[in-house]
Design a protein around this ligand. Structure first.
Ligand code: NAD
Length: 251
């Protein structure tokens, strides 16, 4: 694959999990890649790491400008940085709502805001946002997180409409439970992490979690010129969890 040859990509949250897998997928397919992250550590040598908090507009603008300064162009933005929140609506207070929405939603807006003037010059401009299965399936104890990812889905559609005529495609992925350090941290907080992991695997239609690389493959496809007619789409990478209703084995 060399569909990204000559193209330059930014991946937020690019130092871990789905973001890091996307960084690796894009560079393997020929892109020059910058990973924007709170902790841009452990990246391959050929990846530009930039320390950025996506809640800080000045830092985001400086990071986008630095990438364009270094590579001379910008073609692809993967808006992937995100954080979780657990609880129903009685649990999280206003400050937590503001904090999570600031990272998960407004963070993507900030990156897009500063990237779009550069993307307008690209012949293969694309933005891919990381939403989640919780945007379109009710999952217990995820009220705030679900609201943030539902907003990412709606934002993706609105951005796609706003920018399609200037040649910028916007899409999103909706991963199910993906095997990343994030899930690892969640499992560590349970009484029996091994049993919780087995239960989570068994809960999947395929009997196993989605891998970070499987999500990265979907992101890279949407970002690539291969998907040049794909606009305003949400691509589920969820083991079929959203769309399938499996019968019990003995029925
Ligand atoms: P992860 O925790 O492994 O990686 C997230 C990365 O984002 C980290 O490197 C972190 O430093 C960075 N980050 C967090 N806040 C930031 C900020 N304010 N500014 C800059 N960088 C910041 O998580 P992951 O599982 O790879 O998740 C990546 C994305 O995928 C998130 O948007 C998440 O909501 C989404 N997602 C994950 C799953 C899953 O099961 N893992 C499922 C659906 C959607």
């Amino acid at each position: 694959m060399s569909d990204f040859t000559g193209l330059v990509a930014i991946v937020t949250g690019g130092a871990s999990g789905i973001g890091l897998a996307t960084v690796n997928r894009l560079r393997t397919w020929g892109a020059q890649v910058a990973a924007l992250d709170l902790k841009p550590e452990g990246l391959p040598d050929d990846v530009m790491g930039v320390q950025v908090d996506v809640t800080d507009d000045i830092q985001v603008k400086a990071a986008v400008d630095a990438v364009v300064e270094r590579f001379g162009r910008l073609d692809v933005v993967v808006n992937n940085a995100g954080i979780g929140a657990i609880g129903d609506v009685t649990v999280n207070g206003d400050e937590e709502w503001a904090r999570v929405l600031d990272v998960n939603v407004v963070g993507m807006v900030r990156v897009a805001r500063h990237a779009i003037p550069h993307l307008r010059h690209s012949p293969a401009a694309s933005i891919v946002n990381t939403s989640s299965i919780v945007a379109w399936a009710g999952v217990g104890q995820r009220a705030l997180y679900s609201a943030s990812k539902g907003a990412v889905y709606a934002l993706t559609l609105a951005m796609a409409a706003d920018h399609v005529r200037e040649g910028i495609r916007v899409n999103c992925v909706a991963p199910g439970s993906a095997d990343t350090p994030w899930i690892g941290r969640s499992l560590e907080n349970t009484e029996d992490p091994a049993a919780a992991r087995a239960a989570l695997d068994a809960f999947q239609p395929t009997g196993r979690l989605v891998s970070a690389d499987e999500v990265a493959g979907a992101i890279a496809y949407l970002a690539s010129p291969l998907a040049s007619a794909v606009v305003g789409t949400v691509l589920a990478v969820d083991n079929g969890m959203h769309g399938l209703r499996l019968r019990p084995r003995n029925l």
